[in-house]
Design a protein around this ligand. Structure first.
Ligand code: HEM
Length: 221
């Protein structure tokens, strides 16, 4: 369990960080909004050195939380999962599964399904996680319809999986990412190297096929 805790948290967090920095660098409007939020909810305005937000400030970084969720929806670090039936079973969809059947399912695709996320499912839009009142919208990893019958298309945010073997490090991941991203973005500006194309490669951990080439410069605060 200790090994899993260490191993499961290393590549997943670095994958998320890479995709997030790329998405923010290619969406200047999102970058502007997150810098405004950091300045508004933390005491960092005017400071140039690396800083550490405290727990209260972390909870008030709503837009940053939404950016992390949106990054994880479009680029889940574990893009697919494999399960094997230990006995005959029936899926909520009505499909019969025989003992020993292996099922491979794509978390990457669930994050891009129009029937779940709407027509703008392919767009990077952190706002979809924020209500009109400005609070975070909780999107469950699965949903019980009336009568407790699970309806498959209503499954939602599956990046951390769902059920009894769900990720144990979910809360810690948000904490780590908020600490790192707020500090990095406040201090440094990331710009894409012209001509460099970023695309995913199918692997256990979702990585970038040709890496991420960016210019990093110190922000003038
Ligand atoms: C963005 C970051 C992360 C994502 C997307 C993620 C996703 C996942 C997924 C999909 C699983 C299920 C794997 C499977 O059953 O095949 C899992 C399991 C697990 N994760 Fe994470 N994870 C993240 C970060 C972390 C961190 C930081 C930790 C630890 C500090 C952690 C600890 C674990 C553990 C212990 C399990 C095994 C749970 C079990 O089998 O009962 N994860 N994670």
């Amino acid at each position: 369990m200790v090994f899993t805790l260490i191993a499961a948290g290393k590549d997943t967090i670095s994958s998320t960080l890479s995709w997030l920095l790329w998405l923010v660098a290619t969406h200047p409007d999102v970058e502007r909004k997150i810098l405004e939020e950091i300045e508004r909810v933390t005491t960092m305005a005017g400071r140039q050195e690396i800083f550490m937000i405290d727990k209260d400030e972390m909870n008030r970084l709503v837009y940053l939380h939404a950016i992390i969720c949106e990054t994880l929806r479009l680029y889940p670090p574990a893009p697919f999962e494999l399960r094997c039936a230990i006995e005959d079973d029936m899926l909520p969809s009505g499909h019969l599964i025989h003992k020993g059947t292996r099922i491979l399912f794509s978390i990457y695709s669930v994050g891009r399904m129009e029937e779940i996320w709407g027509k703008d499912c392919m767009e990077f839009k952190p706002e979809r996680w924020i209500s009109e009142q400005g609070s975070l919208i909780h999107i469950p990893s699965y949903k019980f319809n009336e009568g407790n019958i699970i309806h498959v298309p209503s499954q939602k945010f599956m990046t951390f999986l769902t059920g009894p073997r769900t990720c144990l490090g979910k809360a810690m991941s948000f904490m780590l990412l908020k600490f790192m991203v707020s500090s990095i973005l406040w201090n440094y500006k990331f710009e894409m190297v012209e001509g460099h194309v970023v695309k995913p490669t199918p692997s256990m951990v979702l990585s970038m096929k040709d890496g991420l080439k960016m210019r990093v410069s110190k922000r003038k605060v």
